[in-house]
Design a binder for this molecule. Sequence first.
Ligand code: GLU
Length: 475
Amino acid sequence: MNPDKPAPAIPGITPVRTRIAPSPTGFLHLGTARTALYSWAYARHFGGQFVLRIEDTDVARSTQDSVDQILAAMQWLGLDCDEGPIYQMQRLDRYHAVVEQMLAAGTAYRCWCTPEELDAMREAQRERGVKTHYDGRWRPSRGKTLPSPPAGVKPVVRFANPVDGIVTWDDLVKGSISISNHEIDDLIILRPDGVPTYNFAVVVDDWDMAISHVFRGDEHINNTPWQINIFHALGAPLPRFGHCPIILGDDGQKLSKRRGAVSVTAYQDAGYLPESMLNYLARLGWSHGDEELFSAAQMVKWFDGSHLAKSPAQWDPVKLAWVNAQHLKLADDGRLAGLVAAQLASRGVGVAADERLVAMCALYKDRCSTTVELADWLAMHFVPVVPPADELAALLTDAVRPALVALRDRLAGCDWDKAAIAAALKAVLAEHKLKMPQLAMPLRLLLCGRVQTPSVDAVVALFERQIVLERLRHL
Ligand code: GLU
């Protein structure tokens, strides 16, 4: 991706290895796409590797459809990974082996509390006005007699979290963060069905996959102390963590499904280009000077983990549309023709992405924010248009009608290119003593169904002659 030599690896952290670890319980949402982008760009910047891991341990909610959508979104964005997808549910043996090691080392223990017992424990804590927590009743300690395991109850395994001390890390985004061990309890790491929980599996994986830097959403800040403690319990090296603030909707509230948090691929369907999404997502929480428009390769060159914003950014659909409009201008017209042909095909309009379509993209793209809008423009060349009757009545006057008839006759016989069409228009204007707008406006209305278009000769030249003659038939 990066044409230039990658930046030298960070001293002491070689090689850089990052990952994105989405849960396939829904589509790839925008926040995850952004942390995927940061993780990918960071790895590429330092010549490291980027790993894709599917965290599918929420068996009830994980679906193959979500996996497929996530992989498609990553591919569309061009966030290529060096390893993966790696599926957590295919690594159960490894988690079980680590749990056994921890049980043997005394850093984890079995707990036979039933859900009812845990409910009662919490209820009692609430009544006493203390924060609910696991009270450690199955945690072994010197001189303590544990209850006998009840029959018929499958135990969970809990991590023996350090009781004292403070967990501190230097967050790549937020700076120093400290959370006291008093605030966290003994986390379940293995469920009775043998499936690990997120905070445990993530540590085993980040360790096994030699992840050096973890970028993720700041909703995970409260999980990080547990993870750091588990890394220490395993004697595993700690990655650096960077927690990116959430993305707010344009109403300033948390971006959610109800507030327009649509999937990355929904933007693909809505006619956005992947380079625009990358550009816009990157800027939403990171800056490089005043740069607003850049390519993925430029971002890779610049992205060294600095200048990440500490506070939440607000999703701005207007700015995204502007960014997309700029990238549309830069996009190769042949590529756009392919995208627009697909858009038109989805509307039941079958057209080839041929030279004429390429020329149409070149002509209209400056007026568009999305390829859907571009398809709207191109559609008039292929499907009948309905000029608004009131506009037509105002523009198609008796003075203009004979000129349009004369133009139609000339267009029936002239060469079919912009210069010949311009010459036909000019001749008719002279013959009928009209000004260009008097002829061009009704002509546009009849051909295109609207009066605002690029230069009329260029537009006419992109129509098939037969269609032009057809649309000028009833004058
Ligand atoms: N599966 C977690 C999520 O989707 C991953 C968090 C992490 O990156 O550690 O939020």
